[in-house]
Design a protein around this ligand. Structure first.
Ligand code: MRU
Length: 368
């Protein structure tokens, strides 16, 4: 997408053709900075500390991490070590495992002297495919927004609520939940986005608001608890979120708080859609609540807040009473029964085993 007139992806090969550039998402919204990844360890670090985050971008970074490892040492042992180190970085987003499985499967048969080149080509392919997937999600999702828009008065916006950041910063480009929003906006459909701030890391307030602002998409940042109230008052037409892992049965794991939005949406007859690129489907799982590993992150994310002080300096302050225990589960699971539909690259599907299997039969076969 464009940042101040310059076209960016979130990850790209540096001019030296070897190292990899990323946008440092820990610096948003106060600074736009890039970081160079030169080794597999740099890539693992970037995922772990969330310089890159969002399920599809985690997968793409891991693929480049494998390429960097193959550059240093293309042996089988190095490939195995890289895949296992990268897999440890974050537990919930299944795109990480998907990208590493794909890398391992395609590189093992390649002779060591050609592995480095093959690994870079694969990482680049994964990035290009992610963009194509997100554009297809955007086209399908735009139809849903257009249908709602056709019920409104001329010029009245469709109000879309989103949680966390499933925007272009979470992918290689376009985003998943935001792709239908960007396409609608560019296609002349008036939209307005309710952006959940998404405590504790504020991906909504820091990232989604920044993205939408740079694209001129009208939006309003709200506290995480405001969604139910807005739905009760008819101010939300549709909810669209992303996902980090969706089971074969359509249970959706996403940023903590998504489940509560789905409950509120159900109670208020607001359609609740999930933008789902197929690499985010885990065909080995059937029960999201019991089977998806939920990342528990550090207490300091909850007990501290970072922001820009009136003086202009970036400061971190404590916001929890001293001595209190703090918990920080980073994701939750919305059961399929609360999901109106899954917006995939192959169309909008019911959140059910049958619909998912019918849309992605080759993935079902591969997982058998
Ligand atoms: O902890 P994060 O910021 O990596 O969590 C990201 C999300 O929950 C996104 O909604 C999800 O990865 C989908 S991104 C297209």
């Amino acid at each position: 997408m464009n940042v101040d007139g310059k076209k960016y992806r979130t990850i790209w090969l540096a001019e030296d053709g070897a190292s990899v550039e990323i946008i440092d998402q820990t610096r948003f919204p106060f600074a736009f900075e890039t970081v160079t990844l030169r080794t597999m360890e740099d890539a693992a670090h970037a995922i772990r500390v969330m310089q890159v985050r969002g399920a599809p971008l985690i997968g793409a970074t891991a693929a480049y991490g494998v390429a960097l490892a193959m550059r240093a040492d293309p042996s089988d042992d190095s490939l195995d070590a890289a895949c296992s180190a990268l897999l440890q970085t974050r537990p919930t987003a299944v795109n990480l495992q998907w990208a590493l499985d794909r890398a391992r499967r395609s590189l093992i048969p390649v002779p060591a002297e050609n592995r480095m080149e093959a690994a870079y080509i694969l990482a680049n392919d994964i990035c290009d495919e992610d963009i194509a997937i997100n554009m297809a999600i955007g086209m399908h999702g735009m139809e849903l927004i257009a249908a709602i828009s056709s019920t409104k008065r001329e010029g009245e916006p469709v109000n879309i609520l989103t949680h966390c950041n499933a925007g272009w910063l979470a992918t290689v480009d376009w985003g998943t939940a935001t792709a239908p929003i960007y396409m609608s906006h560019e296609g002349g459909i008036p939209v307005h986005v309710w952006v959940d701030e998404t405590r504790p890391r504020n991906q909504g307030a820091f990232l989604t608001a920044w993205e939408l602002g740079h694209h001129g998409v009208p939006h309003t940042v709200i506290v995480d608890n405001a969604g139910g109230h807005l739905m009760q008052h008819g101010e939300v037409d549709i909810v669209i979120t992303g996902t980090d892992r969706t089971t074969a049965t359509g249970d959706v794991c996403n940023k903590i708080g998504t489940y509560l939005k789905a409950l509120a949406a159900k109670d208020n007859n607001v359609p609740f859609y999930v933008a789902l690129p197929s690499p985010t489907i885990d065909f080995s799982l059937s029960d999201g609540v019991r089977e998806i590993p939920i990342e528990e992150r550090g207490a300091e994310e909850v007990s501290r807040m970072t922001g820009r002080a009136q003086s202009g300096s970036i400061e971190t302050i404590d916001i929890v009473a001293e001595g209190s225990d703090v918990g920080n589960p980073a994701f939750d699971v919305t059961p399929a029964r609360l999901v109106t539909g899954l917006i995939t690259e192959r169309g909008v599907l019911e959140a059910s085993r049958q619909a998912i299997a019918a849309a992605f039969p080759e993935r079902v076969r591969a997982s058998a």
